[in-house]
Design a protein around this ligand. Structure first.
Ligand SMILES: [Zn+2]
Length: 611
């Protein structure tokens, strides 16, 4: 991280607000002095993801992810520290000079930015062609025929590329874009004969943006009968399909306001909804909805409505979505349009009010599957048996016990069967699931002999007990810095058994900056994300610190430390009495190590070199 100048890092930390940045991606609710939400890094149903505006830190009590605003961006966007710094700098108008970087460093961080700038060039070319070029006439005709208003063409920065193999390639070359970079952006393809050709030819172009409205990729739709009808950019260092949702950059505010999002399958469906005033809508990009998508979406809307134009597509999605949504905990409903309609034709014929009315009656995934199965098999005895066997697996896949039993009840009522009969079937399927799961992930059995190792057992307990109190002391240092002088006076850190905790303690003492943003600053001093997590976990807590309690904690720690030392001495004595020479030698070595550690600490603390 060294090549972002330190003063710039602290400029960013002083200006950026972690609540703002996290809110872009996570729906946060105020809870006391913190904000909480559903963690974007693991699946959970009750929020354990905590953001502290005072400390400018986040921490998840569920998965242990944590850190400052840099750590959040790095983890959430999958970027390096310098990239995160640049994203924040750009956002807050802080200028970061590049001349202090080595060539290799420059290359690494700028690759992403260079691809983004190639994308911007290409987008301008596509837009310009649509706007005024003679060769853009087919594109203009297409959007006109589909009834897409000019204002929407502008908002979504739509474009067109004429037929021909190298229109864009030549344009980029003229603009000085190196060939290998153009290829990396996914816009041109190596023809294996020393040349390149355009990936997108004779298509209308839909630029794909990230939530920060940077253009990360493109989609293209044919203007004639060529296949494939739709073509997207390949994955690049800036474009990841399973994390990107088309239209989210423009829809995110609307999704928050509405508390829900429509998910459609393609660009044109999305534009149709938009055209009819329904703007809380996103589209998946030629991939099935992934749990990555759900995690992103749940930051904007607790409810989603999947829109399909056929029963089959709806069924497929409903089956898939039970798992995807159960994991991400979003209320998902399936809206299948009347047969023969896609969103565009439906809206044209019936208007947005009818569409929204239809959406209101849309069923949740399980109810949708039940209804579909009933429609298929009917209510004859045989039909009922089929319905139950259809639903057995899906009901078993629901993790929430309460939800599961409610669905069982509702199915039982619908088909007039006793719910215990269905419950039995579901139990069978659940047991089946468990057997499969435990076979897959079972751990090798531990032999009984290994467990009966009193020495090891004892040290382990002492260590963890120590670990706990050491954690408390570091938490106290972070949350109640008034105690720092006492910690230093008593040289508490010298007695720490846990190297990581001792390291953090020293860091705190070395950087006794004003307390407000200090914790977040501290995180920027460590390279290791594990260390950042540890600091976050200790800094964010509900502990209430009082002076007396702290003194008590320090006393306890010192007393335990003496006990530990004595325990070792006692063990040595006992081993000597038992004539267990092997053990004596081992314990003496341990003792020697302890002494050596202490000597080293003393030497370090007077500024000398350790032995
Ligand atoms: Zn988490």
């Amino acid at each position: 991280m060294s090549f972002i100048p330190e003063d710039k890092v602290s400029d960013i930390l002083n200006t950026a607000d972690i609540v703002d940045i996290v809110s872009e991606a996570v729906l946060l609710k105020k809870a006391g002095k913190n904000h909480i939400g559903l963690c974007p890094f693991h699946s959970e149903k009750t929020p354990s993801f905590t953001v502290s505006p005072d400390k400018q830190m986040f921490y998840c009590f569920g998965c242990g992810a944590g850190g400052n605003v840099f750590s959040f961006l790095m983890k959430h966007e999958g970027v390096t520290f310098p990239e995160a710094a640049r994203i924040l700098a750009r956002r807050y108008g802080i200028d970061i000079p590049t001349n202090t970087m080595s060539a290799a460093q420059k290359k690494k961080i700028t690759e992403r930015e260079r691809i983004l700038s190639v994308n911007r060039l290409a987008m301008a070319y596509f837009q310009d062609t649509l706007d005024r070029a003679a060769s853009g006439q087919r594109g203009r005709d297409y959007f006109k025929k589909r009834g897409i208003a000019n204002e929407i063409v502008k908002s979504f920065k739509l474009g067109v590329v004429p037929g021909g193999w190298d229109n864009l390639f030549n344009y980029l070359s003229k603009k000085g874009v190196p060939h290998h970079l153009a290829e990396k952006s996914g816009l041109v393809v190596d023809n294996q004969r020393g040349g390149f050709y355009d990936r997108f030819r004779d298509r209308v172009i839909f630029p794909i943006f990230d939530t920060g409205s940077q253009v990360i990729g493109f989609g293209g739709r044919v203007l004639d009968a060529t296949l494939p009808k739709y073509l997207n950019s390949p994955e690049t260092p800036v474009y990841n399909k399973s994390r990107s949702l088309y239209g989210l950059n423009l829809a995110k505010q609307k999704c928050r306001e509405a508390g829900s999002a429509f998910i459609v399958e393609g660009y044109m469906d999305l534009l149709s909804l938009w055209q009819h005033g329904i703007k809380n809508v996103v589209a998946t990009l030629g991939t099935a909805l992934s749990s990555g998508h759900v995690r992103i979406l749940k930051g904007y809307a607790p409810k989603v409505m999947l829109v399909y134009d056929s029963d089959e597509a709806g069924l497929r999605a409903a089956r898939r979505s039970i798992e995807v949504f159960d994991e991400g905990y979003v209320d998902a409903r399936i809206l299948v349009l009347p047969s023969g309609h896609d969103p565009d034709s439906y809206l044209l014929e019936f208007g947005s009010e009818a569409f929204l009315h239809l959406a209101k009656g849309a069923l949740g995934a399980i109810d949708f599957l039940i209804e579909s199965s009933l429609k298929e098999h009917g209510l004859s005895i045989e039909g009922k048996v089929r319905v139950i066997s259809d639903m057995q697996v899906h009901l078993a896949a629901i993790n929430d016990n309460v939800a599961r039993s409610l669905y069982i009840k509702s199915l039982a009522e619908k088909i007039g069967v006793d719910d215990t009969a269905i419950l039995d079937k579901v139990r069978e399927a659940v047991a089946d699931n468990h057997v499969r799961k435990s076979r897959k992930g079972s751990m090798p059995a531990v032999s009984a002999g290994e467990d009966h190792h009193p020495e090891r057992g004892l040290t382990k307990t002492v260590e963890t007990r120590f670990g706990k109190i050491e954690r408390q002391i570091i938490a106290m240092m972070l949350q109640f810095p008034k105690m720092l002088p006492n910690v230093m006076e008593n040289n508490l850190l010298d007695f720490f058994a846990d190297d990581d905790l001792r390291f953090i303690g020293r860091l705190i003492i070395d950087h006794q900056t004003p307390p407000l943003r200090s914790v977040s600053d501290l995180v920027s001093k460590v390279d290791n994300p594990e260390m950042a997590k540890l600091i976050a976990s200790l800094a964010i807590g509900d502990d209430v610190w009082g002076y007396d309690g702290c003194l008590n904690l320090i006393d306890q720690f010192m007393a335990r430390n003496r006990v530990n030392e004595n325990t070792l001495l006692q063990k040595i004595k006992a081993a000597e009495a038992n004539n267990d020479h092997g053990l004596v030698v081992q314990l003496l070595k341990e003792k020697q190590l302890q002494v050596q550690k202490k000597i080293n600490k003393k030497i370090e603390s007077v500024g000398g070199e350790s032995l």
